[in-house]
Structure formats: structure tokens, C-alpha cells
Design a protein around this ligand. Sequence first.
Ligand SMILES: [Zn+2]
Length: 171
Amino acid sequence: MTNLKYLQGYPPDLLQPVAALLEQGRLGAAVRQRYPEAHGVRTDGALYEYVAELKARHMRSAGPIAKVIYDNRLHIIRNALGTHTAVSRVQGGKLKAKREIRIASLFKDAPAPFLKMIVVHELAHLKQPDHDRAFYALCTHMEPAYHQLEFDTRLWLTALELEGDAGLKPA
Ligand SMILES: [Zn+2]
């Protein structure tokens, strides 16, 4: 099968049709057809508001987030699903962890549901550091379609890389 590095761990019967679409060069088009809706979250400020709104609705008890930005240095392969760092800083003799959420800049042009998926993913990490059962329970609490959206986001990333980004932006 071709290069499906974003889709490792998914069962072959799910990946079979993906490989077929890729062979025809139609994976991106297929994703775009199912997710035509763009989003208007274009700036770091807008992204901060978007994250804060979701956090207020679902994760009120989690600690504050110091910084939320689009990061165009995030490597598409290693960090496609964002990063979640606790940056340790010494403040007044105390070590404090500042939470930051960085979203790969390519999500500016993602369909709206994919931006929500990645933000939900990063918010869930505020409480659950690992990709375990508790983590995904939190994700699906915030977004019931989380698993489908993560899979489809991986399809989108695969298409972006293997078919190029021409026409991948939602209308
Ligand atoms: Zn993660």
C-alpha cells in the first residue's frame, strides 16, 4: 500500500477504499465533498477565542491556558495533530507549568469540523496526558463524532501530502 503514515493502526478494511481513492487521485476530492464547510478562524486571536469558548463549555475546571497560536513551524508529519506542551518556567523561585496549545497552520484551511477535532484533542490533553481510554472519553464528551473526525482529518492530511494541496481548501 502507498504511504499511509497518518493512518497507521487503522484496520485494513478501512484503508482499502482509501488506497483505491488515492490510486485514482480522488481522496482529497472525496474528503472535500463530505466536508465542504470552511471556518473563519484565521488569526491567533480568533483561535484563542475559539479555544476559550470550547474550554468554557466543556473543560471549565482545567487550568488556564497561557497561549494559543497557529504555528507554521510545526512539522506536518510529526506534529500534524498539534502539540501540547507544559512549558516549565521558574517564577519567583517556584516552577510553574504554563500550558500552551499550538495548532499547525495548515488547519487554517481545514474544513471546520477538522479544526474542532484538533482543538478538542488538545483541550483533552489539559486533563489527560496520554492517548488512553480516559483521554478519548473526554474527546467524545466534547465532540461525539470525535473518532470519525480524527480518521477523516488523517485522510485529509494524507491527501494534502500525496495529492498536493491544490483545490483542497473548502469552498
Ligand atoms: Zn495527542
